[in-house]
Design a protein around this ligand. Sequence first.
Ligand SMILES: NC(=O)c1ccc[n+]([C@@H]2O[C@H](COP(=O)([O-])OP(=O)(O)OC[C@H]3O[C@@H](n4cnc5c(N)ncnc54)[C@H](OP(=O)(O)O)[C@@H]3O)[C@@H](O)[C@H]2O)c1
Length: 289
Amino acid sequence: MSEQKTLIITGSNAGIGYTTALQAAKKGQRVIMACRNQSKADAARQTIVDAVPGADVLVRILDLSSFDSIRQFAASIEQEFDHIDALINNAGMMPSTLEHTTEGFEMQFGVNYLGHFLLTHLLIPVLSRSPDARIVHLSSLGHLWGNINEKNFRDRSPYLMGVTAYGQSKLANVLFSQELAQRLPANIVSNAVHPGFVDSDFFRNIPKAIYFFWRRVLVSPETSANFTLEMALAENWKDRSGEFVSAQGPLPKSPRLRNARLSQTLYEKSCQLTGATPLTKPALQAQVG
Ligand SMILES: NC(=O)c1ccc[n+]([C@@H]2O[C@H](COP(=O)([O-])OP(=O)(O)OC[C@H]3O[C@@H](n4cnc5c(N)ncnc54)[C@H](OP(=O)(O)O)[C@@H]3O)[C@@H](O)[C@H]2O)c1
């Protein structure tokens, strides 16, 4: 077997993240399940260990709706592990009514995007110590109807069942991945993926009548999980960075993804909002050095 890698998967007690953790355990990788609910995460871990005896799977608590929790998680990882080989920013949600994170951000912008933004920055040192580190961002086809509007970072009215807020958060995921790809050291790559439409708890808030029909087009999480894992582990993804791909199904892309000014402005603003230290683009580093 090739050398064991250490992966962090956010939101891995359910859905695509859980299946990604399970498949990674089957491949003999060490998985850190970064989840907000201890008992749900312990139960999910136990299911993996039952299915894969000897699986190297750990649970660590991470609530992406709280900067304190994110900082505590990152500090514990830094203390416990020499290096991390892959960070899979998978956790996501789409509440149907307006909710807020601890710091007062609209919940989807805060959890799906900003929490992962801060987490990623705090983990760069431990990722840097891997010779071949990967960051994978779970975005969505839903980025298509997203727009980045600072006025909506904390509030949004009307909330429209969370659909437009979801679009903003998923567009932000891809813009972040692209911007990061330009700023990371050469041994870390960053890519985004649309996992396809997968039958998971994700659609728990949509009206039952709609879900009845919608469910017919949904597929099981295995294909998405395997694809994500390939991006995180396979040799052919080692030198690819800044890409946005689909695990299954077509992926029309928003023209906003070609707006370099938008991704840079969002990046700089997100650093201000989270207190993350900005990564400098190598071209600028060379000028400064
Ligand atoms: N399913 C699809 O068709 C689809 C399509 C496109 C993109 N995606 C994306 O794929 C990713 C995974 O979705 P999924 O379908 O697997 O959803 P899911 O089954 O609802 O799982 C989401 C996971 O995120 C976790 N999570 C939610 N809020 C969190 C927080 N504040 N801190 C930490 N973890 C949190 C959940 O934990 P709890 O169990 O504690 O709530 C759960 O483990 C998401 O980013 C989603 O946007 C999904």
